[in-house]
Design a protein around this ligand. Structure first.
Ligand SMILES: [Zn+2]
Length: 456
């Protein structure tokens, strides 16, 4: 598997991910997704929507605002209640997330939902050392609000203060009633949302693993109380299957169930799916059974009735919810890490190939005229035809072998070569990325042939 340096260099040199604001010297821990990275991100989102929304009859999509009424964050606990627990080293004055320090000290301990006093005590009794200077004295933990603040309107007044959302989930909860009313969906049903979220992280890093601006894919799956643990298992498996079906090796995944005493106070089951990143196993996907905590909180703060009338039993109750939550960028890193290989061929030549699932390949097809002068027009015709259905690229520079290598390195699943026989037999040579096998396919059959082989 590649190192993090290899991945970073690869992503930058091929056009997957660039340093943010690079020509101005950059902006710390920001990244821009280039031509290939944008396509990969889109494909990941498409695959997620397909699996979590489209294939499940009652699940629907939502695209709520990044800017929301500040009362949303009061109700959710993001303002006031429990912000990030920040501790400061008494010697070097570096600041750290106390919960992370504890979890890193003992991975079996998960301090989500602990009070600050509990965390202070733990740090003292276990003699945790400053990761920077190794001294063992810290200031008492303080709440650090990780939300980005801004102002709505032209006046910089406290009253106009709003926040960039730190998660997409709350937009779903506050629209539960609207969605239930307009779709008339019966429980259980899920609401899926893909969108940007912003957190002023204290310690971002590991390339795109932890960034202050990121894209989330979250689903809130509303269920009848009492059925939540069944659905929790169902969606936990669905998340894992999503990764396996897209080619992630099972030995690179670890499911970590939070122990009962370590659960957040509102949750009755939480699992993290960990992936073996270049620096070790780390959190990829969180699945939480959150009971009726969120809807109750919004009901209380908004004074709106957010309960559901069960048409079968005539009972009225506030639904429970299962929340699988994953970041697009972490999946980008996972799939690149999983797919980038240097392969030694029979000729002992080394070929770099991104063996990514074809549904995720930035380009499904590259159209290559064998000789530019002679085959360009026909190649362009095929380009136009196939680009109505797939992401297609076109390359007519250098010899065909070099062009194959370039496409292999960026994960293009098929190379289609237009040659002198194409005009006669109305067929092209199709080369497969992984096997490098070639076959002759009629132009008119190309579309259905490709569709079948790239399906997810
Ligand atoms: Zn220190």
């Amino acid at each position: 598997m590649p190192t993090l340096d290899t991945l970073t260099t690869y992503a930058k040199s091929t056009g997957f991910i660039y340093q943010g604001s690079e020509i101005y010297g950059g902006l710390a821990n920001t990244w821009d997704y280039g031509p290939l990275g944008s396509l990969l991100k889109n494909n990941i989102k498409k695959a997620w929507i397909q699996r979590f929304q489209r294939e499940f009859p009652n699940n629907v999509l939502l695209d709520s605002g990044i800017l929301l009424n500040s009362n949303v964050w009061k109700a959710s606990g993001h303002i006031g209640g429990f912000s990030d627990p920040l501790t400061e080293c008494e010697s070097c004055h570096q600041r750290f997330r106390a919960d992370n320090m504890i979890h890193e000290h003992d991975s079996k301990v998960n301090p989500d939902g602990w009070t600050f006093v509990q965390m202070d005590d733990y740090i003292k009794t276990h003699q945790l050392a400053c990761p920077n200077c190794q001294k063992k004295a810290f200031m008492p933990i303080r709440a650090f609000n990780m939300m980005f603040q801004t102002y709505q309107g032209v006046v910089l007044e406290k009253a106009n203060q709003i926040y960039l959302r730190p998660e997409t989930a709350q937009g779903i909860f506050i629209n539960f009633k609207n969605i239930q009313r307009t779709t008339r969906n019966k429980l259980p049903f899920g609401v899926c949302q893909v969108g940007k979220a912003f957190r002023n992280e204290i310690t971002p890093g590991n390339f795109v693993f932890r960034t202050r601006e990121f894209e989330q894919m979250e689903m809130e799956f509303f269920v009848k109380p009492g059925t939540e643990l069944e659905w929790f298992d169902y969606w936990k498996k669905a998340c894992k299957d999503f990764l396996l079906d897209l080619g992630v090796n099972e030995t690179h995944l670890k499911l970590e169930d939070h122990e009962k005493e370590a659960l957040a106070h509102y949750s009755n089951a939480t699992t993290d799916i960990l992936y073996q990143f270049p620096w070790g196993f780390d959190e990829l996907w969180g699945i939480a059974s959150r009971t009726d905590f969120d809807l109750n909180a919004h009901q209380e703060h908004s004074k709106e009735n957010l309960s559901y009338l069960d048409p079968e039993t005539n009972e009225r109750y506030v639904p429970y919810v299962i929340e699988p939550s994953v970041g697009v960028e972490r999946l980008v890193l996972t799939f690149l890490n999983e797919s980038l290989v240097d392969e030694t061929l029979e000729s002992e030549e080394i070929r770099t190939v991104l063996k990514i699932h074809p549904a995720l390949s930035p380009y499904k097809v590259a159209i290559l005229p064998l000789i530019k002068k002679l085959h360009k027009d026909q190649a362009f015709e095929i380009y136009q035809q196939l680009s109505k259905s797939f992401d297609v690229t076109y390359d007519d520079t250098q010899n065909i072998g070099k062009r194959y290598r370039r496409q292999d390195a960026i994960g293009t699943y098929f190379c289609i070569t237009v040659d002198h026989e194409t005009e006669l037999d109305q067929a092209v040579t199709v080369r497969h990325r992984d096997t490098m096998q070639q076959e002759r396919i009629k132009i008119e059959a190309l579309e259905s042939y490709i569709s079948k082989l790239i399906q997810f």
